[in-house]
Design a protein around this ligand. Structure first.
Ligand SMILES: Nc1ncnc2c1ncn2[C@@H]1O[C@H](COP(=O)(O)OP(=O)(O)OP(=O)(O)O)[C@@H](O)[C@H]1O
Ligand SMILES: [Mg+2]
Length: 447
């Protein structure tokens, strides 16, 4: 730690350059005097373009003499910085002071390096299993391929999740709130995220996925089904879907779908989880059972005041502007009587807009391919007329893409069944009208 605090400018420059966009951990470093435990892990995340620098610590209980920002950092487990300079200044200022080795005069720096660069290099080669670095841009591309026309929301989702994964010891779960009209990809984006995280080849992160339909938790008595019933009550000993899943796998994406329908007491319990990173429920012998949910990703979805939110954002020309979106969403949720304590704990809003014609066309083409796959057919190409046909049928029925899904089977189910019956295999194309499934190579000659 001494080395870290007393590093020269040049040594810091090397650390920042090496650890760019990645997360590096230093185990068992001496903490400031009086901390409990006295040793803990320190982590550092170097900002790649557009990302912040972060200094992590596995939380410890700060010594009595430690106050202010350092005390908060030791509690929370992380602190963000907009630039390498501000991070360096913080290490040399408040952090050094807390270690009682007060700011070191740059010219008289004693250490040759800010830290052991061999450890940094070794760690960058071999990803840390506890925290892992996920390429946010790659995740963003994967999400955008399956959630069409919501690029801003999927970008925010990818970035927030990549950061949560990189945290050594998150202090609390990542909390995202997806708002928007019906059928535009809110629930879908959580499903696609879970899929993407289980398929990332360069990351050791595997996440479980748990979808909780809040429609089913509208009455007070259902709360115990979510969290476990107290001793002496019906359902005691049956366990709790949420706690059991998180206990088995702290890395879980929990989708609280249609949160506005949940009983208010559920929100109160979740508030504690968002704050403390712990979920508690009644345990045996009158005690409580606590589950750590700091590594979880909580995604809430809601249609609440979706039209007002989108109209407000458009009025302020705020599409794609996270600051405006954030402000508008918070204001509208408060106006919808969501308690301020909950709104204040939402880390990031994902704003989903009504789908435009291009996004719909892409979704329809994806859905045609998925429907054909149900018939055992692998479609490589879909005639634009076939897409338009579906869109015409669903036209004007809603903002979203649900009606399209139902029309596809109606329109092409028989064509797919016939092709499946004939045993056509290999890469195929849906041509027409008249609609037919043919080998993709033959479809090149189609007009
Ligand atoms: N942006 C999109 N990209 C891809 N598919 C989409 C998109 N939006 C909707 N769909 C399709 O429509 C279906 C319904 O979408 P989804 O469940 O995500 O709606 P939602 O926004 O959660 O709506 P609700 O508020 O009614 O729950 C999805 O399963 C998917 O097939
Ligand atoms: Mg939904």
């Amino acid at each position: 730690m001494k080395q870290f605090l007393e590093g020269s400018d040049q040594a810091y420059a090397e650390l920042f350059a090496q650890a760019r966009g990645a997360c590096v951990r230093f185990r068992q470093q001496l903490m400031p005097p009086g901390c409990e435990p006295a040793m803990s892990d320190i982590g550092f995340e170097g900002g790649s373009t557009g990302q912040q620098y972060r200094l992590y610590v596995r939380p410890v209980s700060p010594g009595p003499a430690i106050q202010g920002e350092v005390c908060e950092w030791l509690h929370r487990g992380e602190r963000s910085f907009g630039s390498s300079e501000s991070l360096q200044a913080w290490i040399r200022g408040p952090l050094s002071a807390a270690f009682r080795c007060h700011s070191v005069d740059r010219g008289q720096s004693t250490a040759d390096g800010v830290t052991d660069m061999d450890i940094v290099r070794a760690q960058l080669k071999q990803a840390e299993p506890a925290a892992c670095y996920v390429d946010a841009a790659k995740l963003e591309r994967q999400l955008a391929q399956k959630v069409r026309g919501q690029e801003h929301a999927t970008r925010q989702l990818a970035r927030t999740v990549a950061r949560q994964l990189a945290r050594l010891q998150p202090a609390r779960p990542a909390v995202l709130f997806a708002v928007g009209p019906s059928g535009v990809g809110k629930t879908r984006s959580a499903e696609v995220l879970a899929e993407a995280l289980s398929n990332l080849d360069d990351s050791p992160a595997t996440y479980r996925y748990l979808r909780l339909d809040m429609n089913e938790y509208q009455e007070a008595h259902r709360v115990s089904q979510l969290l476990g019933a107290p001793q002496g009550y019906v359902g005691y000993g049956d366990g709790s879907q949420l706690l059991d899943t998180l206990a088995a796998e702290p890395r879980t994406i929990v989708l609280f779908d249609e949160i506005e329908k949940a009983h208010p007491s559920i929100l109160r319990v979740l508030m504690n989880a968002m704050d403390q990173g712990r979920l508690s429920s009644p345990g045996g012998n009158g005690g409580t059972r606590e589950v750590d949910c700091r590594s979880a990703i909580f995604i809430f979805t809601s249609n609440l005041r979706a039209e007002e939110i989108l109209a407000n954002i458009d009025r302020l020309s705020g599409r794609g502007n996270s600051v405006i979106e954030d402000e508008v969403c918070r204001r509208n949720l408060l106006a919808a009587q969501i308690p301020a304590e909950i709104v204040g704990r939402i880390g990031r809003f994902l704003v989903f807009h009504g789908l435009d014609a291009e996004a719909r066309a892409r979704i329809v083409a994806d859905c045609i391919v998925a429907t054909a796959a149900e018939y055992g057919l692998s479609l490589q190409r879909v005639s634009p007329f076939a897409v338009v046909e579906v869109m015409k049928k669903a036209c004007g029925r809603s903002f979203g893409a649900r009606p399209e899904r139902y029309s596809i089977d109606e329109l092409y189910g028989a064509v797919f069944a016939a092709a499946g019956g004939k045993g056509v295999t290999g890469p195929l194309a849906l041509i027409g009208p008249p609609y037919a499934v043919v080998p993709a190579s033959d479809s090149d000659s189609e007009g």
